[in-house]
Structures are given as C-alpha cells and as structure tokens.
Design a binder for this molecule. Structure first.
Ligand code: AMP
Ligand code: GLY
Length: 417
C-alpha cells in the first residue's frame, strides 16, 4: 500500500512510525514532515491546505490511503475533495470536523443528544456576553468560538478576568463570538475512539499536561507531556464516556446526515457526577498520540484503511498493558516567542535507550545538523511497566539530549504518582 500522511508534528511522526512498521506498506510519504519523519517516510512539500493540490498529488503518487493528521486541512475541505475524487481518506469531512472547529456547534449537538457537558451560553455581542457573566458570577469559563490552537480559553477565577477575556476575544483577529461556560471541576482525560460513523472502537485514554511549567503553572500550550493509560480514567469511566458521550454524539451526527468518520478525540472532565465533555477534536491529540500508538500491538494500517473505506466492524485491536509516557521538549519561550534554528545534539543517544522513541515535532536538518524549527520540538517517549518506570526512562533519555535553548517540564505524570 502507498500511504500519504499530512502534517509535520509529533503526532504525525508517531503515525508515520506506526504505519512504517506495517507489512502491507510499500511506500510512505509525509507532507511536510520533519527531520524525524524523514527517517521513516519520504518527506514532500506542497500546500496541504489546498484541496485541489492534495488531490492532484494523491493521483500523481497513486496513493491508496490519505491520512490527515492535523485539523487545518479538514477545515479547508481536503478530506471532502479527496473522497469526491475517489481517494481513501482517514479523516472526517469538513461538516463532521465542525465538532472541533465550532464550539457552539458541539454544544448544540450535546443539547440534542443529551451528552453531559458544562452549562453554556453563546454570544456574538460583547455586551450581552458581559451581562451574562455578571449574572452568573465567577468562576466561569470564556472561550473564543473557533480554532485557536488551545489558546482561546480563559478559566476565569473572578468576574473582571472573565470580562477582560470577552474584550480580548472581540478585539482579536478571530473577531466575533464567544461561548461562556460553567466551570467544571475534576481531572481531565483525553479519550480516543475510531469510528466509521456507525461502529465505534475505543482506543485508549491518556492525560495531557497543558500548562507550560511544572505544577500546572504558566500559560496553556498545545500539550507538554502525556501518558497512557491514565489510572484516573478507569475501565468503568471509559465505558461511561463511550456510552454516554461518544455514542450519542456520533449518532446525532449520523442523524443529521453528516456522519463522523476517523478518530474522535473526546476531551473529558472526570467530575464527581461522572465524565463530562470539555471539547471534541477531529484528530489524534498531540502529544497523546505519541504515548498511545506505542502501546498498540496490532498493525495500525488495516484499521486506518478499513475506516477510510467505511467499515471497521471486522477490526479488533490488541493493546500492551505497559504504560507509555511522553515528555515534550520545547523551545524556551514557547508558547510565546521563541528562537528557531538552534542546534540539538545527541538525540540518537536518547533514541538508543531500550523502550525509548524520540518523536520529532518542530525539527529539520541543516546539512547534517539537527536544528529546531518550531515551539514544540521533541517528544521523548518511553514504555514501562507503570507510570513511574516509563517516566524514569523518559527523563533519563531526555537528559541525554543537549539543547541549551530548550526546556521541558520535570513533573509529567505527577497526577498518577
Ligand atoms: P478547550 O479548548 O475547550 O479544550 O479548553 C482548554 C482547556 O480549558 C481545557 O483543557 C480545560 O483545562 C479548560 N476548560 C475548558 N472548559 C472548561 C470548563 N467548562 N471547566 C473547567 N475547565 C475548562
Ligand atoms: N494535546 C491536546 C490536543 O491535541 O489538542
């Protein structure tokens, strides 16, 4: 099989790494890829957001399967264009990806199907939003309604903070609409299922670390580390999240004539009353993907292919009982301003440790030297019999890498220990 993966982050490195192990693979391309991905796939460069360009590349390369990693190409209609052109695509349609691209839409779906989530109201007028905040009081959560790379959410502990957040959103580039939510309390978990629109295969749960610094301090990021499985997300909670949240949402999408196919990321708050939905993403989590795929003992490619062809009912998956943990190394300053093109040394020393995989995110080769090319740069990933062993291995590996311009959190996994 010839496969093309779109994207160039740590998630896509993990996907390419897993796909590259498949005995049915004959050729793997990735666009744009990164320095790590180039060790398992041929990296190619073209505009992955342009549906016509992607379709024409797929035809030229005679691709058997297109795997869309990030959400942006879903929003521009790449998966729809490819499907219309007869290409097998792993990735939901633009209409189904609205579960990620519009928070108001997802809330309406939850209302319609009864999936538990925070009480909310949507506004496209700043004054109305502010008066609602004054009515409700703090703590309260203010969200920009649209894609904001994890940076459009303010969990406000007082009213002024919430009111300021409204101004920021209405004055910002995204312009105009907000969702205001009740604050939910509990531990968060990321749960993933693969679905063809009808059959649902639960993958695994994971816990991410969204804040930039130790102790869950500092600004929100795309994610600074994760582990899977997450002890707090028990088998019983996974069953509830599947039955009470994933299934009804997918049934509602099908009922509306926009069935969801692909991987569904169910972001949960594990509250005292049970799991409640925080957000849906129309893709694998990053870095969650990096710590989930190494636990999958079954070949990933037949699952992706069956899903793209619309029927996963014959697929079954086998998982390792081990824990996998990923520590993200990011450029100093991330998620704010940071330097690029700084030299990273001795990654192979980390990679050579048994049970360790270093997934690359923002990296590229400058001649024969590995340099940084983004905010999140490496995902040091290790398997172990439990969180403690996986974590020790990941941190041992991280300490081998020489990158003075980088940083990482030293407490990934703290909730589970
Ligand atoms: P979102 O982009 O909706 O996933 O929100 C980003 C982060 O904000 C989440 O991972 C939570 O940590 C936090 N958050 C979002 N909504 C709520 C809520 N209703 N209650 C508490 N925390 C929230
Ligand atoms: N790690 C959070 C996300 O992928 O959105």
């Amino acid at each position: 099989m010839k496969v093309l993966v779109l994207g160039g982050g740590g998630r896509e490195h993990a996907l390419c790494w897993a796909i590259a192990k498949s005995p049915v693979l004959t050729k793997l391309w990735c666009a744009p890829g990164n320095a790590g991905i180039s060790q398992v796939a041929e990296c190619v460069s073209f505009d992955i957001l342009d549906p016509d360009v992607v379709v024409s590349v797929c035809k030229d390369m005679e691709i058997d399967l297109l795997v869309v990693g990030p959400e942006a190409p879903l929003e521009t209609g790449v998966s729809d264009a490819a499907r219309t052109a007869g290409i097998n695509v792993f990735g939901p349609s633009k209409a189904a990806a609205m579960l990620e691209t519009s928070k108001t839409f997802t809330k309406q779906i939850c209302d319609a199907c009864g999936a538990p989530t925070a009480k909310y109201a949507s506004f496209d007028d700043a004054d109305a939003a502010k008066s609602y905040i004054r009515d409700q009081g703090a703590p309260i959560v203010v969200k920009a309604d649209g894609l904001a790379a994890g940076k459009g959410v303010v969990v406000a502990t007082n009213e002024d903070e919430a009111l300021d957040a409204v101004d920021l959103i209405f004055d910002g580039p995204g312009g105009g609409s907000v969702v205001i939510e009740e604050m939910m309390e509990g531990e968060e978990a990321s749960f993933f299922v693969v679905t063809d629109g009808e059959t649902i295969i639960p993958l695994a749960g994971a816990q991410d670390h969204k804040r930039a610094r130790d102790g869950d301090k500092g600004p929100n990021t795309g994610g600074m580390g994760a582990y899977s499985p997450a002890p707090a997300f028990t088998a019983a909670l996974q069953t509830r999240a599947t039955e009470e949240i994933a299934k009804p949402i997918l049934a509602e999408m099908a009922k509306r004539g926009t069935p969801y196919s692909g991987v569904l990321y169910v972001g949960l708050m594990l509250t005292e009353e049970g799991p409640k939905l925080v957000e849906i993403n129309a893709r694998f989590g990053d870095p969650e993907c990096q710590c989930i795929l190494p636990r999958l003992k079954t070949d990933l490619l037949p699952l992706l292919t069956a899903c793209a062809k619309g029927d996963i009912s014959d697929v079954s998956l086998d998982w390792s009982d081990e824990t996998c943990l990923t520590v993200v190394m990011a450029a100093k300053g991330y998620p704010g301003d940071y330097e690029k093109d700084t030299v990273i040394g001795f990654v192979e020393r980390a990679d050579d440790i048994k049970g360790v995989e270093v997934f690359h995110a923002g990296t590229r080769m400058e001649q024969t030297v590995l340099v940084s090319a983004g905010g999140r740069v490496l995902g040091i990933t290790a398997l172990g019999r439990d969180v403690e062993q996986a974590r020790n291995r990941a941190y041992d590996a991280a300490s081998q890498i020489e990158w003075p311009e980088g940083f990482y959190r030293s407490d990934i996994g703290w909730r589970a220990l």
